[in-house]
Design a protein around this ligand. Structure first.
Ligand SMILES: Nc1ncnc2c1ncn2[C@@H]1O[C@H](COP(=O)(O)OP(=O)(O)O)[C@@H](O)[C@H]1O
Ligand SMILES: [Mg+2]
Length: 341
């Protein structure tokens, strides 16, 4: 069988038919297939396949190229072993060769394009995370996250220095000191965060969550498991709450309510304690250095108009405030603070 070698080839109907054959033989044999690119992701070049057969309801699939990254299919397997498959789209199969693998997934229809203005749906994501984190999923794949974090923190400092010099902005120069202080303390801080690691999604933001509606019941489904790893549950929680606030400013007022909802749903108590807040803000600071701040700094540097630059700058400053808060919490813990060099 000729295997498709890249996303463009996958869009040819014959290669789609071959790809579907082992997993959905009836569809592959009898359906009229059409394909189009799925937009919205940051990295992968996904294809949505629609299959129509006379007398049958139309079916839809997603084909996601994952290159040599084994993590995403390993995450699906881990979810299945723990009875948590309903937190993700159904994985129908994997295929590929020569370092070019594809996941064949069910297509999950969105109940609503943008449900995040309404608290109940933001809470559903929190509940899904609490379930995932409580699942005791065994994870042996090496996500190499700490190595990534070290590189990303150094890159973030470079971007910040570059932006501070280019725009001679004292807020950015102040940010360099804060980010260096956190980067220096991050290995020790992470050792604490990881005292009781759980299986994380690792990339929770509105583009990677769908509210699905089945037989009148709505629930959150998490897409895009390519960054699954072990870590502090608050890394996922902070990722969700901070991205939600960024993409849906009206959700800012929900921040503490949603954090409390996590604490309760995860069985961590009936109120947010100082220990929860500390872990949450240190996790958020860690996320900042893992790429969240860097994304906005890159936009500051690449902006073509004053308005887009101001927007990116506001987002970057927001993450710098989070970094400062993380450093303040680390100072509170009584550790000997390291002097930024
Ligand atoms: N199984 C699926 N069902 C419905 N939509 C999907 C599915 N998988 C991906 N998508 C859509 O495609 C986008 C990109 O997919 P994603 O897996 O997040 O790739 P990336 O790694 O590029 O972010 C998602 O944001 C979502 O809109
Ligand atoms: Mg994604």
């Amino acid at each position: 069988m000729m295997l498709p070698r890249g996303p463009r080839e996958v869009r040819s109907v014959e290669s789609l038919r071959e790809l579907l054959a082992p997993y959905a033989p009836d569809v592959s044999a009898g359906a009229t297939l059409s394909a189009r690119a799925l937009r919205g992701g940051l990295t992968a070049d996904l294809t949505r396949v629609s299959a129509t057969r006379p007398g049958a309801a139309p079916e839809q699939f997603v084909i996601k190229p994952v290159g040599e990254n084994e993590l995403e299919s390993a995450a699906y397997a881990a979810l299945a072993r723990s009875g948590m498959s309903d937190l993700a789209p159904r994985l129908l199969g994997t295929t590929g060769a020569d370092g070019q693998s594809f996941l064949l997934l069910e297509y999950v229809s969105r109940w609503k394009t943008w449900p995040w203005r309404d608290e109940p749906y933001a809470r559903m994501v929190i509940e899904a995370l609490a379930r995932l984190h409580a699942s005791r999923i065994e994870w042996t794949a090496d996500s190499r996250y700490d190595a990534h974090l070290g590189t990303s923190a150094a890159y973030t400092i470079d971007l910040l220095r570059c932006a501070a010099q280019s725009f001679r902005d004292p807020r950015l120069s102040g940010g360099v000191r804060a980010v260096k202080a956190l980067a220096a303390r991050l290995p020790a801080a992470r050792a604490q965060l990881l005292s009781a690691p759980v299986f994380l999604h690792g990339d929770v933001h509105p583009g990677n969550v769908v509210i699905r509606s089945e037989r009148g019941r709505r629930r959150a489904v998490l897409l895009d498991w390519g960054r699954a790893r072990l870590g502090s549950p608050f890394e996922d929680v902070a990722s969700w709450l901070q991205c939600l606030r960024y993409f849906e400013p009206s959700a800012a007022r929900l921040h503490d309510r949603l954090l409390l909802h996590y604490v309760r749903s995860a069985g961590l108590g009936d109120r947010i304690t100082a220990v929860h807040r500390r872990e949450y803000w240190v996790a958020a600071g860690s996320n900042a250095l893992a790429g969240a701040l860097g994304v906005h700094l890159s936009s500051v540097l690449a902006a073509r108009t004053p308005i887009s630059r101001a927007r990116a700058m506001a987002a970057a400053m927001d993450w710098i405030r989070i970094v400062r808060r993380a450093v303040a919490y680390l100072d509170l813990s009584g550790d000997e603070p390291q002097r930024p060099s």
